[in-house]
Design a protein around this ligand. Sequence first.
Ligand SMILES: [Zn+2]
Length: 423
Amino acid sequence: MTIQSVETLASQGKRDFKCRFCGNGLETTFVDLGMSPLCQTHIAPSQLHEMEPFYPLHAYVCSACFLVQLQEFVSPGEIFTEYAYFSSYSTSWVDHARRYSEMAIDRFRLDPTSRVMEIASNDGYLLQHFVARGIPVLGIEPAANVAKAATDKGIPTTVRFFGRAAAAAIAAEHGRPDLLLGNNVLAHVPDLNDFVGGMKLLLAPNGAITMEFPHLQRLMAENQFDTIYHEHFSYFSFVAVEKVFAHHGLTMFDVDELQTHGGSLRIYARHAENAAILVGPKVHALRQREIDDGFLTPERYRGFGEQVKSTKRKLLTFLIEARNAGKKVVGYGAPGKGNTLLNYCGIRTDFLDFTVDANPYKQGKFTPGTRIPILSPEAIREAKPDYVLILPWNLKDEISQAASYVRDWGGQFVVPIPEVRVF
Ligand SMILES: [Zn+2]
């Protein structure tokens, strides 16, 4: 058995993968992160002696439209109907939502005669700011438990997955929104064409869409491989997402580059027919920057896998040296990205005694696959660790402030991405 035949063997076993946007066959690997369990399936103590399903975590890039994507192994119905992520647990995210709503009310001149709808509205963390200004809203949220939290706060919310059928039903029942938004949902959509097609159907003729999602260019530049997990089906460059929207009759008219989630884009779209909204200069500038950077060539995407392996070795080197020196290391957070990082790097209780999370849904459970206990943040005060590894590194400022008491006993924080940094 030669090395070449190992590669042949792997390709023989491959299913016929097709691009979820353009249908082209997927051949080019973006990164192969091995086998991983679903990131939101936290393990209850009663499940500790049972097996867990693991799925391939192998991202491809389409050589026709350059959409980076994972195959769908589990339906969103299995992932999102009882979701453990409540946006309101992150104070910096709630602040971000407040600033967004102030910008949107001002820019789109929204008032009590307008209508705002949010897809994947979670627990109403964002729409509450429009409600406070007397602007009618509707949340669209598939997870019944988080939707109920929103309804209890007075945010009208319909429990459903979004697509063309939902769009038609919502338009008939509630009318069309002047502002239709969705933050960190586009990546989670398996049927991208049905989803974007649904937005085209629902949006009022003069309305605007805004969506935020992590920017592929930042993911690659900053080794953010841990943001790749089964619940994230697609990873967007601006050139790829613009193509998807254009195909459905939606034109990008502006774009902001944000610092959230390690570097996100906020895109602004309108009906292609609505020439009254002019396309701003940032659209052309970002498109050209990505083209100049090679995002429309397959070569640009090769080499990311090596970057990922190197990031893994650096993190493991730090942990091995710390533990060999007798240092105590614990985690902070149990986010989806932590699951990819821990499983891909093989970090279990041999390196991290435990991790903590402010979300009571996760406390008392164990991380998927790696089975690290998830405790409440107070456990850090008791344990007095030398190092606290921040798994949601995008929230490192918020977390290091909230847990600044670790400095009292000389403890330090560590972020794993873009590379190991102790501070
Ligand atoms: Zn494609």
